[in-house]
Design a protein around this ligand. Structure first.
Ligand code: FRU
Length: 684
């Protein structure tokens, strides 16, 4: 991957900040007063000499990204002049937790004269001195880098920080820059082994998985388990997608964040595990969350699950898109901010920026039935304000509202969520164990009030198939891209014995039209189309006609006229062999499109209430008597876009006979294949 040009250095120097905090908010990591300069002045700092005054506290401007400012303000001695000398002393603080202090440092050409020192408060004794070790190290000298200082032998003592500028010469960069002093308060020591162990395990064993069902143009874990896609973002020339991951077995366990990158959303490269559950506050798992890019930084906001199951939101930051530093202020949205969500069901922050403000939309579970969506705002990702619950629902039987997403489309605010356990008597609605829904309306970001255009509780499903959950949205200037976990909870899939489980859908572009969201296959897939074949028109009357195209990595885009179907069925048999096929058809009697995987191959078992197991329905109106099917098959998955993506139906299938034939069939009437195009899809 193309790395940030400073990446090797950064990996070397950006010591992963090792402090953390316990789950109780009173024990939260802290800074001494105005240790982040966010008061905008030097208040609470004691000035002596001439090197520092209020003009040194600068507001970050367009330079912010270049110099790595945290929050809005930082300190730079430059404004006072090169010759000035003096010191700046912080208020005193008690060193707690694992005894680590971290901060950003820049400038300081002469390390003997310009440095940060830390002192005992009672005697003034200097216990350590830190200068800018990155100066002249092939990195910009006016850029700040994070330093972590380990002072564990002083835990419990009262200390202060002092900035020293004793350089009276007039040479360049003989002033100091600093920002964001953070002092940890947790005893938990992170030595990074969980992360490196998991990365090494993957490298060592990835070639042991059996490839027979592996997709070719969908993202899957190299080995082990994947559930929700997380933190979908574009950074430094690549799309980055993270995912819930257990490298050690093809089943859910304590979660890590897997990581993959792609230039075009189709061909993915493993980028190595990004987050491990290695802090006291996330010992029981790094659960789902989102990402934003801020200049050359990428931030991940994820749910940290602590030992008792408590769920809080934590921030991790990267300067190279590969290694992530969990922040000393974690958890940045702690469980005291969960409103009336259960303490163990407050998770899956979706991170986005609107009008220069960061927002996090978080899922919650109410006591009893129902879930809710909670909105928070922040200017710096570290300090968050609760806006409120924008939607709460007590739909009978429903559980937690997981994995919320937000999108702004055509002047409308779109709220997407994955509500657990909603069921409907209508066989074309809410048949899955859990669903993904959207609501269209207007969100008042100040007061946290969402007004649904279609009535308070109205939600629509995106996908009427089997395997579609926990979406991630990424909005570009001119398109909204959505993808999802193509799988479902509480089922057992045959690929598990091959050493892996879980995959991501084909990315889809969303379009809001007539109060409905349409999904289009992402256009980049077209770059992988091969062997284009235009299908001849075919009339089929109570019959089955084999097409002269075949394959198990294919794109088939067809239109059939159903005006003479007379209550019968018309559609396609895919991955067909002597005894097996996956059937997709329009049932004129029901007025529904049907995805039938009962005879697809090896059985998929479910151990929950799973609708009519292995058959799914979507209610569809023919347009001018025609139904359009756009189908993608990738070895063990079928994704169907019906009538230009009015609905999709996604499902996994596990053929045992490796059939590749495709037939057009009708039952009880006739249908006409009016147009069609076929492609092989070849990625490699
Ligand atoms: C949804 C989910 C999330 C949670 C994650 C844990 O599939 O249950 O709510 O963060 O999976 O892996």
């Amino acid at each position: 991957m193309k790395k940030n040009k400073f990446a090797p250095l950064l990996i070397l120097f950006l010591t992963i900040s090792s402090s953390s905090c316990s789950t109780s908010s009173s024990d939260k990591p802290y800074t001494f007063t105005n240790g982040d300069f966010e008061l905008g002045t030097l208040s609470n700092w004691t000035i002596s000499g001439d090197a520092f005054n209020d003009t040194c506290v600068l507001i970050s401007d367009s330079n912010k990204d270049k110099i790595h400012v945290e929050g809005n303000f930082y300190l730079s001695g430059e404004s006072v002049g090169n010759e000035a000398v003096g010191t700046l002393k912080s208020t005193s603080f008690k060193l707690k937790g694992n005894g680590k202090i971290s901060f950003l440092i820049g400038g300081g050409a002469n390390p003997d004269l310009v440095y940060v020192s830390i002192h005992k408060d009672d005697t003034g004794e200097e216990i350590t001195r830190i200068s800018n070790k990155f100066f002249n190290h092939e990195v910009p000298n006016n850029r700040m880098y994070r330093i972590v200082v380990d002072l564990k032998e002083y835990i419990g003592e009262q200390l202060y920080v002092q900035l020293n500028d004793n350089d009276s010469s007039n040479s360049g960069y003989n002033y100091i820059m600093v920002d964001d002093f953070e002092i940890s308060s947790s005893l938990n020591e992170d030595d990074g082994t969980l992360l490196s162990d998991a990365r090494n395990y993957t490298l060592k064993y990835k070639d042991t998985v059996n490839d027979r069902y592996r997709h070719t143009y969908h993202l899957m874990p190299t080995i082990g388990w994947m559930n929700d896609p997380n933190g979908f973002v574009y950074y430094d020339g690549y799309y980055h997608l993270f995912y819930q991951h257990n490298p050690y077995s093809p089943s859910w366990d304590t979660m890590y964040w897997g990581h993959a990158i792609s230039k075009d959303l189709i061909k993915w490269t493993d980028a190595s595990i990004a987050l491990a559950p290695d802090k006291s506050y996330d010992k029981n798992g790094v659960f789902s969350g989102g990402a934003v890019v801020d200049g050359d930084k990428m931030h991940l906001l994820y749910t940290a699950v602590g030992e008792t199951g408590v769920q809080q939101q934590a921030l991790a930051t990267s300067f190279d898109g590969v290694s992530f530093t969990k922040r000393n202020m974690n958890p940045v949205i702690d469980s005291s901010m969960r409103l009336n969500s259960r303490i163990t069901d407050f998770r899956d922050p979706y991170l986005f920026v609107k009008d220069d403000v960061y927002y996090a939309l978080i899922g919650g579970k109410l006591e009893g039935e129902g879930g809710q969506l909670l909105l928070y705002s922040s200017s710096d990702l570290l300090n968050w304000k609760t806006i409120g619950s924008i939607y709460s629902s007590t739909i009978t039987g429903s559980g937690m509202f997981e994995c919320p997403n937000y999108a702004y489309m055509d002047g409308k605010d779109i709220i997407i969520t994955s509500p657990q356990s909603i069921r409907d008597a209508d066989k074309a609605s809410y048949q899955n164990i859990h669903s993904v829904t959207y609501q269209i309306g207007n969100l008042d970001f100040e007061n946290g009030i969402f007004t649904n255009d279609n009535g308070v509780d109205y939600m629509e499903e995106f996908d009427k198939g089997f395997d579609f959950y926990a979406t991630q949205i990424y909005q570009e200037e001119d398109r909204t891209i959505m993808l999802a976990w193509m799988n479902m909870w509480s089922r057992s899939y045959p690929s598990a014995i091959d050493g892996y489980a879980g995959e991501v859908t084909l990315p889809r572009e969303l379009e809001l039209k007539d109060n409905h969201i349409y999904q289009k296959p992402i256009q980049e897939i077209q770059n992988y189309y091969q062997n284009e074949t235009i299908l001849n028109e075919i009339e089929c009357s109570d019959n089955e006609i084999k097409l002269d195209v075949k394959g198990d990595k294919i794109h088939l885009n067809v239109e059939i006229d159903v005006s003479n179907l007379n209550g019968g069925k018309a559609g396609f048999k895919l991955l067909q062999s002597e005894n097996e096929s996956t059937n997709i058809y329009y049932d004129d009697f029901l007025g529904m499109v049907v995805f039938d995987r009962r005879n697809s191959g090896v059985d998929i078992d479910s151990f929950d209430d799973d609708g009519e197991l292995n058959v799914r329905y979507a209610r569809i109106e023919p347009i001018d008597n025609k139904i359009k099917f756009e189908i993608f098959v990738d070895v063990s998955s079928v994704e169907l876009f019906i009538n230009d993506g009015y609905y999709t139906m996604s499902g996994l299938i596990f053929p045992s006979e490796a059939g590749k034939d495709i037939s057009f069939f009708t039952e009880g009437g006739s249908a006409h294949l009016t147009s069609g195009v076929f492609h092989d899809i070849e990625v490699n």
